[in-house]
Ligand binder design. Structure first.
Ligand code: GLU
Length: 181
C-alpha cells in the first residue's frame, strides 16, 4: 500500500505535492519522492525514509513547472532505498505506482531480453518501460495505456507523465482512466 498524488495546475507543485504526501503518509513511509515537469525538463527527488527527509532535500528549491507527481512507498518489490523509491524514470516516462504487479518476473525477463536496462528491483519500473516502448513506436501516452494495461496482471493504480506531452497527467486505476491536460 502506498500513497500517490498528481498535480496539474498553475502553482508551484512542490508544496502541494509535499502536503498531499504528508496526508497520505499513513499508507506507506519507507521512502518517498516527487517529480516536477516543466516544458524543458523533469526534476526528480527521492529519499529513503519519511516525507520529512524528502522535504529536507527540497529546502530552498522553487519550481516553475505546473505538473507534478508524488509517492510515499510501502515496498513490496525491492528494498526500501532511494533507487527503488518512486517516481521511476525511463526514457521520457515518469511514473508512480500503487500496488503489486503479479507477473513481475515474466515481464522483467521479457524486458531484459529486449536489452532494457532495469535500474531498480521494483515491479513499478517495469510499467514505465512498457510505456516507453510504446512511445518509441510513436504512440501517445493515452494510446499507450491501451497497449500497456493488457500486459499487467495484479493490482495497480498509477500516475504517469511524459516529457513528450508536458501538459498531460494520466491516472490509471485498474479498469479506470483519468487524465488532466
Ligand atoms: N510494488 C511497488 C513497489 O514495491 C509499489 C508499492 C506500494 O504500493 O507502495 O515499489
Amino acid at each position: 500500500m502506498c500513497g500517490i498524488i498528481g498535480y496539474n495546475g498553475s502553482n508551484d507543485p512542490k508544496e502541494i505535492l509535499i502536503d498531499g504526501l504528508k496526508r497520505l503518509e499513513y499508507r506507506g513511509y519507507d521512502s518517498a519522492g516527487i517529480a516536477i515537469q516543466d516544458s524543458h525538463k523533469v526534476d526528480v527527488f527521492r529519499s529513503k525514509g519519511r516525507i520529512q527527509s524528502l522535504e529536507n532535500k527540497l529546502v530552498g528549491k522553487h519550481f516553475k513547472g505546473s505538473l507534478g507527481i508524488g509517492h510515499t512507498r510501502w515496498a513490496t518489490h525491492g528494498a526500501p532505498n532511494e533507487i527503488n523509491a518512486h517516481p521511476h524514470r525511463v526514457g521520457s516516462i515518469t511514473l508512480v505506482h500503487n500496488g503489486i504487479i503479479e507477473n513481475y518476473l515474466e515481464l522483467r525477463e521479457d524486458l531484459k531480453s529486449k536489452k532494457r536496462v532495469i535500474t531498480s528491483d521494483t515491479d513499478s519500473e517495469l510499467i514505465a518501460h512498457l510505456f516507453d516502448i510504446e512511445l518509441h513506436k510513436g504512440l501517445s501516452l493515452v494510446q499507450a495505456v491501451g497497449k500497456v494495461i493488457p500486459q499487467l496482471t495484479g493490482s495497480y493504480a498509477f500516475v504517469v507523465m511524459s516529457d513528450r506531452e508536458p501538459e498531460l497527467l494520466l491516472g490509471v486505476r485498474k479498469g479506470l482512466l483519468y487524465w488532466s491536460g
